[in-house]
Design a protein around this ligand. Structure first.
Ligand code: SF4
Length: 378
């Protein structure tokens, strides 16, 4: 879909999320900003514990105590849905012809939230087996979801819609009578995606939806997700620790580290020119199947304790190119290079106040090599 400026769907501004713990708050998400357009696929990547799932669940208002949103704004640009006709394409066309309204997600009441979720935004959780009720058929689970939000829809229409949804995700409609244990792992994940699509949401959040699947099924599911998002102009936030999955699927990639965004850009830019030393390390942690061979690196050490984030760059303890300002000044997300404002990075190496020459990839490679050998790179 060709995206225009007014296609803005979601704005997250200066979002903070803490987990209250007995021995201090864990600052799981810190000052995160992002925007998403209608139909756009954003990949959120980073190591386990970097805050990506907490951020996504914060957007969906699915966090439970001890998690607490302590600051920021989540604005959702909603189109009225009164004209929905039960068919995805028709509903989309009606919606696009209508005027939009900006919803302050953090101000929604419980009943408004219930209406918001699944109508506007749905979530696919990590494990399909856990997301599905083992003692209910797939059909009952899809129909229950539809009925909860469309009480006026008759039984026959619900049944028809459920069959249509299974067909959409590549499962024969007669499987509506199957229980989750009668389906393979890939089919269960497809069924969960069908449930997420049931009410034509504009935005779907998927939290590591393919982690438990083998690589062949994983690829099939990714292709299905990509096809459905394109077909219905559904925006997607896809969370994974596996950056390689995002390179083909996502339009944009945001990389998180220690609760903060450290790099954002188009998939192509991040893949071809990772600007943050951490992004470089992640991208060089797996082998490529195509293109020239490249040296793999590991990122030594582990992320900082999120209860005690010190001043300075949170990656400084592990960074092969850390220098003096990194230990005292926290870097801001800024364009890495002047001719591409879309790719932003939180690293002092790109700030002319601290560093005059933009580092090339060979500096990163040499830096990681030196770290592996116990030498200093700078
Ligand atoms: Fe490394 Fe400094 Fe850049 Fe942080 S700001 S990534 S420590 S060079």
């Amino acid at each position: 879909m060709a995206m225009q400026e007014n296609d803005l769907l979601l704005e997250v501004k200066n979002l903070y999320v803490d987990y209250q713990a007995g021995n201090g708050s864990v600052h799981a998400v810190r000052d995160v900003n992002l925007t998403l357009k209608r139909g756009e696929i954003l990949g959120l990547a980073g190591e386990s514990g970097c805050g990506k799932s907490t951020l996504a669940f914060g957007i969906a208002r699915l966090l439970r105590p001890p998690a607490m949103i302590t600051g920021g704004e989540i604005l959702y640009h909603s189109r009225p849905q009164a004209e929905r006709k039960g068919e995805m394409v028709a509903a989309r066309q009606d919606r696009h012809a209508s005027k939009e309204e900006i919803v302050d997600v953090l101000e929604l009441t419980s009943s408004q939230l219930r209406a918001f979720r699944w109508n506007e935004l749905s979530v696919v959780f990590q494990s399909a087996m856990n997301a599905l009720n083992p003692v209910m058929t797939i059909g009952t689970q899809i129909i229950d979801g539809i009925k909860a939000h469309r009480p006026d829809m008759g039984a026959a229409a619900c049944q028809k819609r459920a069959a249509e949804l299974l067909d959409l995700v590549g499962i024969a409609p007669d499987r509506l009578r199957s229980y989750p244990h009668e389906l393979s792992g890939g089919m269960r994940q497809r069924a969960v995606i069908a449930i997420a699509l049931a009410l034509n949401p504009e935005l779907i959040i998927m939290d590591e939806p393919t982690t438990a699947l083998d690589v062949v099924v994983q690829r099939e599911i990714l292709e299905l997700i990509s096809k459905l998002c394109k077909e219905f102009s559904t925006a997607l936030i896809f969370i994974t620790h596996d950056l390689s999955l995002l390179l083909e699927l996502a339009d944009k990639i945001a990389i998180m580290y220690a609760g903060a965004m450290i790099e954002k850009g188009t998939s192509k830019d991040v893949y071809l020119h990772p600007r943050h030393p951490y992004s470089y390390g992640l991208l060089h942690s797996f082998p490529t199947l195509t293109g020239p061979r490249r040296r793999m690196v590991g990122i030594p050490g582990s992320p900082p304790d999120l209860r005690m984030i010190a001043q300075g760059c949170p990656f400084s303890e592990r960074c092969p190119l850390a220098f003096d300002p990194c230990r005292s000044v926290t870097p801001e997300l800024l364009p890495a290079v002047a001719n591409n404002p879309e790719q932003t990075v939180a690293c002092h190496l790109y700030n002319t106040k601290y560093n005059e020459t933009v580092p090339g990839e060979e500096r990163f490679a040499q830096g990681y090599e030196a770290l592996a050998e116990g030498r200093t790179a700078r």
